[in-house]
Design a protein around this ligand. Structure first.
Ligand code: HSE
Length: 380
């Protein structure tokens, strides 16, 4: 089922402060794996693979691969965009993750993770416990017939873990697209969102605002996750995102755990109004209006912002340098600002980096001025 601009897509479901939250969340998190693994492996090395079976029960009819190997890239994503917590996200150009899927003959339904690069040795090679493994297992279930082979995966991480730029979603999207491509691409992108949701649920929570744009590109409005109901919002205008990622980890599961369970009606009304404004800004190509909406979140940013060292000063610095608005990208710690001119973007970027250093004591891993990515996951 294809999703076109302004056409809703409906698909059937397949199958304390921060430190205080960390211990509890660590026990549940399965993807961003343990320090024990770190000592066992050196980044970039080929590692021992762990197999997982994913053969559908009614596996009488088989589907054969059409290629021996397929590689796919999926981009970084910016979720929430201010008031759009869990229901708005977009893909951005630049860095992303790459997954290469290779046929494992005579091992039908098996998924193994052969290697992971760029994670510093932190991610699990156990397929059911890793975003790329979960995405591959779930993709095999959606092919429409039992796979006649297994799949071996190699992941190259271009996005830092726990960065707020949709790192786990990029891995899942790239994996799903690579595995799907191996079999000739029988599953449409919007259906693969369920694959990514299964992966996201294991890592951070059941939200589609990273995985949907990582697969489909552009701005995606998520009306519902279950059943999935989303809409791609066309954008035609001048818009640059300034993304500044400080050297500080804010795992999504932990940043979700700190949120309030109930919020005052006044804050809800504000966020509804500004969420509408955000959508209006996107549909009318109005960067200033999008920026104003970015600034307006009264529910999530006020809770998460103080957990990111220097964030308040970064936001102020972005405004001082000419940004239309600035907020936390996803669950953070990356800060995102909106501008309509790349030269202004460079000034905003420098101001944000300086503020993270002076007010938060944080160096930055990366700082970029990038455009919207309208394609999402693609073959490489
Ligand atoms: N909507 C999610 C959150 C996005 O803010 O927790 C995480 O990248």
């Amino acid at each position: 089922m294809a999703v076109s601009a302004l056409q809703p897509a409906r698909v059937t479901p397949a199958s304390a402060p921060l430190r205080a939250q960390r211990a509890a969340v660590d026990a549940a998190a399965v993807c961003q794996s343990s320090t024990a693994l770190r000592s066992q492996r050196a980044a970039g090395q080929r590692r021992r693979a762990v197999a997982a079976r994913a053969v559908p029960a009614a596996g009488k009819v088989y589907i054969d691969p059409v290629e021996k190997e397929a590689a796919a890239f999926a981009p970084a994503t910016v979720a929430n965009l201010g008031p759009g917590f869990d229901w708005m996200g977009c893909a951005v150009e630049g860095d992303g993750d790459v997954v290469t899927a290779t046929v494992l003959p005579d091992r039908p339904g098996e998924v193994v993770i052969e290697s992971i690069e760029g994670d510093g040795g932190r991610l699990s090679l156990d397929a059911p416990k890793n975003c790329v493994g979960i995405a591959a297992i779930e993709t095999l279930k959606l092919l429409g017939a039992a796979p006649s082979c297994g799949v071996s995966l190699r992941l190259h991480k271009g996005l830092p873990l726990g960065s707020g730029m949709g790192s786990s979603a990029a891995s899942a999207a790239a994996s799903a697209w690579a595995v799907n491509s191996l079999f000739g691409g029988p599953v449409p992108k919007d259906k693969l969102i369920y694959v990514g949701l299964a992966s996201e649920a294991a890592v951070s929570g059941y939200h589609a605002d990273n995985i949907a744009p990582a697969l489909m590109g552009g701005f995606i409005l998520i009306r519902s996750c279950d059943p999935l109901d989303l809409q791609r919002l066309p954008f035609a205008g001048d818009l640059w995102f300034v993304l500044v990622n400080p050297r500080f980890e804010a795992p999504t599961a932990e940043m979700r755990a700190v949120l309030r369970k109930e919020v005052p009606m006044k804050e809800v009304i504000n966020n509804c109004a500004m969420g509408g404004s955000l959508v209006a800004g996107i549909l009318t190509g109005d960067a200033a209006l999008i920026g104003k909406a970015l600034d307006s979140d009264a529910i999530v940013e006020p809770v998460r912002g103080p957990l990111i060292p220097g964030f308040a000063a970064v936001k102020e610095a972005a405004h001082g340098a000419g940004a239309f608005g600035c907020t936390i990208s996803g669950a953070g710690p990356t800060a995102v600002a909106i501008v309509s001119d790349p030269e202004v973007g460079e000034r905003v970027k420098a101001a944000m980096v300086a503020a993270f250093k002076s007010s938060g004591g944080l160096e930055c891993n990366s700082a970029k001025v990038v455009r919207l990515d309208n394609e999402g996951a693609k073959r490489t």
